[in-house]
Design a protein around this ligand. Structure first.
Ligand code: ADP
Ligand code: MG
Length: 700
């Protein structure tokens, strides 16, 4: 049961004044609630990504394009769109004594703008300044005030990641209201430790970050952010430790097999296993034969061949007469695993099925029944596999393909599913080797170090966008020789529909050139449509696939050997590596073209250089860390560690071992979290969505 004191934080955001159904939907999207209503706590943990510093106002000539600036300008002229052309923006010309600025509004209300921007007067406008056709422009400024209003603006104003349709001011207001709902909570951290580090309490840290008095307050390495990051890391480590204790305590059942099925699968493979794949299989088979439960991580870079290792593990328990489940993070991936495994399963006589949110009605019932009575040996699916109503006859092995996500929740749900389920987690999370064990909670690890034989280095080039025509010609030559091509358009989260429009536009242009061979897939499409687009591409019915980053995760089409990434400068290093990993999967020589918008900043330049130089995911992870240390790059989302909203790998990784030791110490003294500090730590687990672990305590 959630402690009642937390209830105000878990109330839905719509309990705040001014948040109706429409805003509620936007917040659900922004805060990643997957269609569920966002709650106050989700908003409070949505930390600023930057700030506007209004302590000085640059002259227009001093404004750096693509940064947020506050400027004082004189309003010179209004240029409304011509009548009946609502898509043309409303422009307002403004200036100071150094330069001019165009303030631009789409779908604007004319009377409102005329009131906001009286000609001849001075206004303080704050927003992202960009360079458009050589002119300084500001689209939809965040703040517009007169001199009097300016006096009341916070001089350090936090900037939040947004979603399309949500105005920064709406978000700021909601945060204000949410802060008022913060209850007084019992401290769960060790007080001495807090004071030694000069860390504030939980509520105070949140207030400081949302209402900074100086830019220093917002530094991730500062006391407030670090305090919350540590909270989050500790919650993660506690959850993992509880999971581990639960798994170990309950014992397991050995699933010994001679390897008959495994051999049949291996005989049906068109390739030989790499030495590290063989080693991983040997490790896993040994684990499976033991009466203890297995809790093993299969860690390998993209394209290292984890799927087949997982299948061989499954074959082992199936030969012992038991069942295996293989969970993928997305529908596309589940279908792809199913398609890869199907012929091999057939060759080995393994009864295979798939279950996702999409199987419905009769079909679904049949699958569920067959699973329950043991007529299915191996089931592939999404998280639909672990809903309450899915019952197994005798589940022996659960495989979770996390790619580079971090699904503690899924793992916990799985561990509770069967009676003595062995757990194998597949991951490509680019985490430096020194951190892997701690990050994943000290699981046993098998690592796939080398790529399958015959892989060639991917020829990687950085090309400025101005040379788009040349790139199109290179793509034409590739298509002529029967190769397949991915063309990735970036997602900039502020405006998904603008991004989708850009992808659609690019698709249209490429269709004019290459006709029906071109297809499009993006995140706004319905699931079945996405699948069909992927399937057509996999079957070579289409040969140039324009995509947003939906293809980032794990998709495997070995015939695709050219990858074009548009606006590569907007992606993080790890993400570029993931994307590039979609090619170079066959024996053919592959290439990757990183189209960038010039001029590149030094960090972006370094990132693209590293990619050209190496395709070792671990090395890239380490370089990524190093570069991140050198400061923020505009337009690149500084994502935290996978699975963590607040802790960042570059800044807070050093806290991870401390959190691990802390969690171990706490649980050694108080394994059921029953002491006063234990009770407070339960609150922490709820706040950071690790409360699934609390149920393990009862079950343990
Ligand atoms: P990931 O580790 O990224 O999940 P996959 O399991 O999707 O990688 O494998 C990537 C590709 O490599 C697939 O096309 C697979 O068939 C192929 N593959 C796997 N193992 C080998 C091997 N030992 N030799 C050659 N190709 C392999
Ligand atoms: Mg994979």
């Amino acid at each position: 049961m959630r402690p009642a004191v937390l209830n105000p934080l878990f109330a839905s955001l719509s309990s705040l004044p001014g948040i109706g159904p429409k805003l509620e939907r936007l917040y659900a999207r922004l805060l990643g609630r997957d269609g569920e209503p966002a709650r106050i706590i989700d908003l409070l943990l949505h930390l600023p990504s930057g700030f506007v510093d209004r302590r000085d106002q640059p002259k227009l000539s001093e404004v750096t394009p693509d940064t947020v600036a506050t400027v004082a300008v004189r309003i010179d002229r209004h240029r409304p769109p011509p009548p009946h052309r609502p898509r043309v923006p409303y422009n307002i010309e403004a200036s100071d004594d150094t330069n001019t600025l165009t303030i631009t509004y789409f779908n604007a209300r004319k009377d409102y703008l005329q009131k906001q921007f009286p000609i001849g007067e001075v206004r303080y406008v704050s927003g992202t300044a960009t360079l458009y056709d050589g002119h300084l422009q500001m689209v939809h400024p965040d703040r517009v005030v007169d001199a009097e209003g300016f006096k009341h603006l916070p001089l350090i104003d936090p900037v939040y990641p947004l979603t399309e349709g949500l105005h920064p001011n709406q978000l700021r207001k909601a945060v204000d209201l949410a802060l008022e709902r913060l209850p007084a909570l019992t401290e769960w951290q060790d007080r001495d430790w807090l004071s030694r580090n000069a860390y504030p309490g939980f509520a105070e840290a949140l207030r400081t970050l949302h209402r900074p008095a100086s830019p220093d307050d917002l530094r991730p390495e500062g006391a407030s952010w670090s305090r919350l990051a540590y909270d989050e890391l500790l919650a993660g480590q506690l959850a993992l430790a509880l999971l581990r204790a639960h798994m170990r305590n309950r014992g397991g059942r050995g699933s010994a097999a001679e390897g008959r099925l495994r051999d049949r699968i291996i005989a049906a493979l068109p390739y030989a296993l790499t030495p590290s794949q063989q080693r991983a299989v040997t490790d896993i088979v040994a684990d499976l034969a033991q009466p203890q439960r297995m809790l093993r991580l299969l860690h390998g870079d993209v394209g290292s061949g984890k799927t087949v290792v997982a299948l061989l593990a499954a074959a082992n328990v199936i030969e012992a007469g038991r069942q295996a489940a293989f969970m993928a993070p997305t529908e596309i991936l589940a279908r792809q695993h199913f398609a890869t495994i199907a012929p091999l399963a057939r060759a080995a006589g393994i009864r295979l099925a798939i279950l996702t949110g999409r199987e419905r009605g009769r079909e679904r019932d049949d699958i569920l029944t067959a699973l329950d009575i043991g007529d299915i040996d191996l089931i592939v699916g999404t998280h639909a596999l672990f809903q309450e109503y899915v019952a197994f006859h005798d589940l022996a092995l659960a495989i979770v393909d996390e790619q580079h996500r971090f699904g503690v929740h899924q793992r916990l749900a799985l561990a509770r599913k069967g009676d003595a389920v062995d757990l194998l987690v597949l991951t490509a999370t680019p985490i430096p080797r020194t951190l892997v064990l701690t990050y994943f909670g000290d699981m046993d690890v098998s690592e796939l170090r080398e790529k399958p034989a015959g892989r060639q280095k991917i020829d990687t080039r950085a090309v400025p966008l101005e040379r788009l025509a040349e790139v199109t010609e290179a793509v034409a030559r590739a298509l002529d020789t029967g190769r397949q091509v991915y063309w990735v358009c970036p997602l900039v989260e502020e405006s998904e529909s603008v991004d989708v429009a850009a992808a659609e536009e690019r698709c249209k242009m490429l269709r004019q050139r290459f006709g029906a061979a071109v297809d499009l897939v993006h995140g706004r499409m319905r699931g079945p449509d996405k699948d069909r687009a992927m399937e057509r591409f996999a079957k070579s019915e289409t040969r140039l696939l324009v995509a947003t980053t939906v293809i980032e995760v794990g998709v495997d089409v070995p015939r695709a050997s050219v990858m074009v990434i548009e606006h590569a400068e907007r992606f993080g290093l790890a993400q570029l590596h993931q994307l590039r990993g979609r090619v170079g999967r066959g024996a053919e020589r592959s290439s990757c073209i990183l189209l960038y918008k010039a001029p590149l900043g030094p960090t972006a330049k370094a990132r693209l250089a590293i990619l050209r130089e190496t395709d070792d995911g671990f090395r890239i992870a380490e370089e990524d860390l190093r570069l991140r240390g050198q400061g923020d790059v505009l337009g690149v989302r500084q994502s935290g560690m996978p699975g963590f909203a607040i802790a960042r790998i570059d800044v807070h990784a050093a806290l991870l071992p401390t959190a691990r030791d802390d969690a171990a110490l706490v649980l050694s003294r108080d394994p059921k979290l029953q002491s006063p500090r234990g009770a407070a730590l339960r609150q922490l687990l709820y706040l950071f969505a690790r409360d699934e672990a609390i149920r393990m305590i009862g079950a343990g």
